[in-house]
Design a protein around this ligand. Structure first.
Ligand SMILES: NC(=O)N[C@@H](CC(=O)O)C(=O)O
Ligand SMILES: [Zn+2]
Ligand SMILES: [Zn+2]
Length: 345
C-alpha cells in the first residue's frame, strides 16, 4: 500500500483569488501547494487589458509568502470591446498567458461577458497568432435552455463552430461537467484541452440535492447526473493528456453561500492536491495523478514543467469547518470531514 506520494509540484490551471483584503488568505493557500496558477479575471470590474492584469498581478505578488516561488499566470477577460491590439499588448507584457470567455451572464461576475462570439473572430485569430489559449466557461445563457443542458448547448452551438473556424486556436474547456464535454475534447485535435475540478469528479447532483440542499456543493456549471460524473472519472482514468488539474476554487463568504439566493462556487484551494489524491486513489489511478496535476497543463500551455517536488502522506486529518476570509469566513469543500491524504510540503 502506498502511504507516501512524491510528485513534481502541481499547477492550478483555473483559480479564483478574488481581490483586496482576501488576497491575504487566498494567495498563501494556493502558493503553499502550487507552482503556478491561471488567475481568473472575473473581478468587479473585470481584468480587461495588460495594464489591469499587471496591476492585479502586483497585488497578488504582494501577498505571496516570503520564500515562495508561486507564479500567477494572468488572464484577460474577453468583452465585446476586446481588440487584436489589446491581445498583442497582453502577449508583449510577458505576464498574460490567456484570455477568458464568459458568455454574458453565465456565472459569477460575468455581466461584462461576450454577447456574440461571432463578432470576435479577429480577436480569436490574434489569439491563435500569438499562441494564447482561449479559456471558455462553456455554458449558453438563454432562458429557454435548461441549466443542466447549458454546457452541451454551448459545445454544439458555439464551441464546435468556433474551433472549426479557428483550427489552430488553443482552447481550454474549463471545469467540464458532462460526458458530452469529455467526448468533445477527446474528439478534437491536440489544441483542445479541458480542466476538471475536484467537485465534478467527486460528486453528482444527488449529493447536492438529496436529503436537503447543500449550498457548498453549488457551483457552475452545476453538478450533473451520475453518468456525467462517471464520464469525467473515465477521462482521468484514461490518462489522456488533454485533461488537467484546474480547481476552480472560487471562495464566497459563508453568508453569500448559505443564502436564499446563494452564490456559485466551491472553495478547494486549502487542500487541492489532497482532494485530488483521494479521488485518484478511489479510482485506482494514483499513478496518473502526477501527469494530470503537474505535466499535462504545462505541456498544453507550452510552459516548462516544474522541477521541484511535493510530498503527500497517507494520514487522516479533519478539514476545517471554516476558514478566515478577511473579517468573514468561508466554508471549504469537505468542511469538518476526514481527509485521507496530507500535504507535507
Ligand atoms: N465556478 C463557479 O461556480 N463560480 C466561479 C465562476 C466560474 O468559474 O464560473 C466564481 O467566480 O465564483
Ligand atoms: Zn466558470
Ligand atoms: Zn472558475
Amino acid at each position: 500500500m502506498t502511504d507516501r506520494l512524491t510528485l513534481i509540484r502541481p499547477d492550478d490551471w483555473h483559480l479564483h483569488l478574488r481581490d483586496g483584503d482576501v488576497l491575504a488568505h487566498t494567495v498563501p493557500a494556493t502558493a503553499r501547494q502550487m507552482g503556478r496558477a491561471i488567475i481568473m479575471p472575473n473581478l468587479k470590474p473585470p481584468v480587461m487589458d495588460a495594464a489591469q492584469a499587471l496591476a492585479y498581478r502586483d497585488r497578488i505578488l504582494a501577498q505571496r509568502p516570503a520564500g515562495s516561488h508561486f507564479e500567477p499566470l494572468m488572464v484577460l477577460y474577453l468583452t465585446d470591446n476586446t481588440t487584436p491590439a489589446i491581445i498583442a499588448e497582453a502577449k508583449a507584457s510577458g505576464k498574460v498567458v490567456a484570455v477568458k470567455l464568459y458568455p454574458a451572464g453565465a456565472t459569477t461576475n460575468s455581466d461584462s461577458g461576450v454577447t456574440d462570439l461571432g463578432k470576435l473572430d479577429d480577436v480569436c485569430a490574434a489569439l491563435a497568432e500569438n499562441d494564447m489559449p482561449l479559456l471558455v466557461h462553456g455554458e449558453v445563457t438563454h432562458n429557454h435552455v435548461d441549466i443542466f443542458d447549458r454546457e452541451k448547448a454551448f459545445l454544439d452551438d458555439i464551441l464546435a463552430p468556433l474551433v472549426a473556424r479557428h483550427p489552430t486556436l488553443k482552447v481550454v474547456v474549463e471545469h467540464i461537467t458532462t460526458k458530452d464535454a469529455a467526448e468533445f475534447v477527446q474528439s478534437q485535435g491536440p489544441n483542445v484541452g479541458a480542466t476538471i475540478t475536484v467537485q465534478h469528479l467527486a460528486y453528482n447532483r444527488n449529493h447536492m440535492l438529496v436529503g436537503g440542499i447543500r449550498p457548498h456543493l453549488f457551483c457552475l456549471p452545476i453538478l450533473k447526473r451520475n453518468i456525467h460524473q462517471q464520464a469525467l472519472q473515465d477521462a482521468v482514468v484514461s490518462g489522456n493528456n488533454k485533461f488537467f488539474l484546474g480547481t476552480d476554487s472560487a471562495p464566497h463568504a459563508k453568508g453569500a453561500k448559505e443564502n436564499a439566493c446563494g452564490c456559485a462556487g466551491c472553495y478547494t484551494a486549502y487542500a487541492a492536491i489532497e482532494l485530488y489524491a483521494e479521488i485518484f486513489e478511489d479510482l485506482g489511478v494514483l499513478d496518473k495523478l502526477e501527469a494530470f496535476a503537474s505535466f499535462n497543463g504545462a505541456d498544453f500551455y507550452g510552459l516548462p514543467r516544474n522541477t521541484d517536488t511535493i510530498t503527500l502522506v497517507k494520514e487522516q486529518w479533519v478539514a476545517p469547518t471554516e476558514l478566515p476570509f478577511a473579517g468573514d469566513v468561508i466554508v471549504p469543500l469537505r468542511a469538518g470531514e476526514s481527509l485521507r491524504w496530507k500535504y507535507l510540503g
